[in-house]
Design a protein around this ligand. Sequence first.
Ligand SMILES: NC(=O)c1ccc[n+]([C@@H]2O[C@H](COP(=O)([O-])OP(=O)(O)OC[C@H]3O[C@@H](n4cnc5c(N)ncnc54)[C@H](O)[C@@H]3O)[C@@H](O)[C@H]2O)c1
Length: 315
Amino acid sequence: MSENSRSVAVIGAGTIGLSWATVFAAHGLQVRLTDPRPDVRQVLEESVRQFARTLPGGPRDAEELLGRIEVAPDLEAAVSGVDVVQENGPERIELKRELFARVEEAAPAEALILSSTSGLMPTELSRDMRTPGRLLVGHPFNPPHVLPLVEIVPGERTEQWAVDAAVEFYRGLGKKPVVLHREVPGFVANRLQSAIFKECVHLVLEGVVDVAELDEVVTESIGLRWSTQGPFESMHLGGGPGGLRHLFEHLGPGMSRRWKSLGQPELTPETIETISGQVEERFRDRRYDEMTEARDRAQLAVLAAREAARGEGDG
Ligand SMILES: NC(=O)c1ccc[n+]([C@@H]2O[C@H](COP(=O)([O-])OP(=O)(O)OC[C@H]3O[C@@H](n4cnc5c(N)ncnc54)[C@H](O)[C@@H]3O)[C@@H](O)[C@H]2O)c1
């Protein structure tokens, strides 16, 4: 954690903001949270109590974390005097621009301004700012209190000191920041997820597999593989001793034909009905908080196993 980062404003107390608030408090930061939702205090308490059970490094005392998170009466009060602002409002560019205009007025001039946006371009987000040099995207992968990745996406006018400060800030939280060389809609992780999810929807619509079978195919193969070796490393090994070059020569023509045959489903009302219907039927007896906690425990176990395996390999 940067020596300079002691207090953080969290704008937006939804799925991502509440998770970030827990992470920040768990690392000793003073947190100020702002959201116009009337139940903000209640969701804060419920979420921190849940997330504190599944933090990397072991469970934490939720009451201690809640003691570091203050609900501010408005955005101006939240950002006043803080070192860092993490914005997690709704994914609407006009609204985010309005929030950043208010942040710019009320936060200290040197405060770092980070947006959790899943896909909006930082240059667009900072379009109306007087000090765009300090705004950049710090995009977590859900849930931020468990998964390590934060994509750092500078805009055209982001200054280098802000990129460096963001990297240092997230590293201090135990995260794995990856700085993109340039902004692109959806960044990297969500573009990949979109490409694969599009084909998932296509395969289910075509009746090749149902949603449960599709999920099983992924968790028993690509999911497991990619949690330890990325796509390029995996393919390099898949080519045998000749590596990726041999794989391209040997299997490339088939791969290339397959690229052309990938589906192009549209998110029509019928598609939404078919896919959502199958998923809802499958999980109809499961509660959201029970499912998210089970997910977090499983992912923490994978992270711990991966760390242990890497440690053994290094030794
Ligand atoms: N859900 C994900 O998987 C995910 C992952 C990574 C990043 N993100 C990004 O994080 C951001 C938040 O997404 P989410 O899923 O938490 O959404 P969400 O709908 O759960 O939460 C958004 C919150 O913003 C609040 N809000 C509305 N107006 C506000 C205002 N004027 N000031 C402060 N708060 C306000 C809402 O009341 C709500 O609680 C989005 O930009 C999204 O793209 C989401």
